[in-house]
Design a protein around this ligand. Structure first.
Ligand SMILES: Cc1cc2nc3c(=O)[nH]c(=O)nc-3n(C[C@H](O)[C@H](O)[C@H](O)COP(=O)(O)OP(=O)(O)OC[C@H]3O[C@@H](n4cnc5c(N)ncnc54)[C@H](O)[C@@H]3O)c2cc1C
Length: 416
């Protein structure tokens, strides 16, 4: 059946590109317009703090699709184009080149941008943020020159950049006001594990030290911390989190609360306008609350889910949040959504760095993380989804396989 409607997607990154692909996969044969502010065709960001940053992988590997994909699928990719205004009632976007673009349905996948640090000296040269390929190319060139780098923020981006810089042989100081990397997400046990991984690879740690300012003579030469000391550096990288890009939606009067508020089918407060990826704060039926997830897998899966909702197909988006990280020789996958827990149970070789950690609340698994252990993530997710009480000793021991524990828990949850 021929469809004369126009579906527009703003944000040509992972969520937007996968949504466009899904529209065609599902047989939509109307117009698909994919609008992106960046000059590049859609690409994935994880390599930008890992292999691509270290110069170990080709640029081409980062792209979501081959160059010919968009033409081949009759997807109109408008790169280097910003959507600067949205009239949701009259279904029209204003673009940065002053053109307008009408739509029947709209997906906003404008993602997130680095949170800026607000201390004296941020106008000095040599202070890097990392979000785009262009940011990465500039940083990669800087790594090529070697020297000393101060990394501000021991969250994901900061930790991965610190690891990559160290792997490239630079002198690295990692600075964070918390006493352990990613302490808020993981708590002390796993935070300690990552702290030790950095320390054993020769990163100088300035943990428990806030940043008071950057010092230099036009170019950054040091980072002054809350202890009064100055961490000397040739350049700095700041990774202190991201903020959702809500300007377009906010200007149109859409409901905003920590991102664009969407239903479980990813529809915003304006009918026919959807949001997905880092920018969307979506009602999650499993957790019975809104969750905004800033991770690759969410963009990968939520973009297509939003596309199906635009077509009036598909149901609620209820995937368990998942992310991965690679630092040095430590690869991990984390599933779940844990804001509080009673205990962390370890299974496997914790000292040898090959283990699974489970976060338990009221004896139920609320999150799990496999470190250098693979092909277990679906079992971890099954345990979370079952909501069944587990025996911590059984979870920690090797007597029963994880597959069996997950199967028992799933059967139990189906029976109730
Ligand atoms: C360096 C780095 C490493 C990462 N590593 C990992 C990892 O190891 N594991 C993991 O799970 N996640 C990782 N992530 C997170 C992951 O990349 C993001 O969750 C994902 O990119 C989100 O995709 P998105 O499509 O929602 O938004 P984004 O990737 O932020 O893309 C949004 C796009 O919209 C465009 N845009 C915004 N506003 C407009 C507008 N008004 N008009 C037109 N275009 C607009 C932007 O320019 C951008 O291209 C990493 C992120 C970074 C930056």
């Amino acid at each position: 059946m021929t469809n004369s409607e126009t579906y527009v997607i703003v944000g040509a990154s992972l969520a937007g590109a996968k949504a466009a692909e899904e529209l065609r996969e599902q047989g939509f044969d109307g117009r698909v317009v994919l609008i992106g502010a960046e000059p590049e065709r859609p690409y994935e960001r994880p390599p930008l703090s890992k292999d691509y940053l270290r110069g170990e992988s080709e640029r081409a590997k980062a792209y979501v699709h081959d160059e010919g994909f968009y033409d081949d699928h009759d997807i109109e990719l408008l790169a280097d184009t910003n959507a600067i205004g949205l009239d949701a009632r009259n279904r029209e976007l204003t673009l940065s080149d002053a053109r307008t673009q009408g739509f029947d349905k709209l997906l906003i996948a404008t993602g997130a941008e680095p949170r800026r640090i607000s201390v004296p000296g941020t106008d000095l040269d040599g202070i890097h943020y990392l979000r785009t390929l262009a940011d990465c190319d500039a940083l990669r060139e800087r790594l090529d020159a070697g020297g000393r780098v101060a990394v501000v923020g021991a969250g994901w981006i900061g930790s991965e950049v610190a690891a990559s810089a160290r792997q490239r042989g630079l002198e690295v100081t990692l600075i964070d006001p918390l006493s352990l990397p990613n302490e808020r997400i993981f708590g002390p046990e796993i935070g300690t594990f990552y702290r030790d991984a950095h320390a054993s690879h020769g990163v100088e740690l300035a943990l428990g030290e806030g940043v008071e300012g950057f010092e230099g003579d036009g170019h950054v030469r040091g980072v002054r911390t809350s202890t009064g000391r100055v961490v000397e550096c040739d350049f700095a990288v700041v990774g202190v989190g991201v903020v959702p890009r809500i300007a377009l939606a906010q200007g149109a009067g859409l409901e905003i609360d920590n991102g664009i508020v969407v239903t479980e089918r990813l529809e915003t407060s304006a009918p026919g306008v959807f949001a997905a990826g880092d920018v969307a704060n979506a009602w999650h039926p499993f957790f019975e609350q809104r969750i905004r997830v800033e991770h690759w897998a969410n963009a990968l899966n939520q973009g297509p889910a939003a596309a199906r909702s635009m077509l009036g197909q598909g149901g609620a988006y209820d995937r368990i949040p998942y992310f991965f990280s690679d630092q040095y020789d430590v690869g991990m996958e984390y599933s779940g959504y844990a804001t509080s827990w009673d205990e962390v149970v370890f299974r496997g070789d914790r000292d040898g760095g090959e283990f699974i950690a489970f976060w338990l609340k009221d004896s139920r698994v609320v999150a799990g993380m496999n470190v250098n252990v693979w092909d277990v993530n679906e079992h971890v997710q099954a345990l979370i989804r079952s909501r069944r009480e587990v025996d911590a000793a059984e979870l920690a021991g090797s007597g029963t396989s994880l597959e069996e524990l997950a199967a028992v828990a799933s059967r139990g949850s189906q029976a109730t």
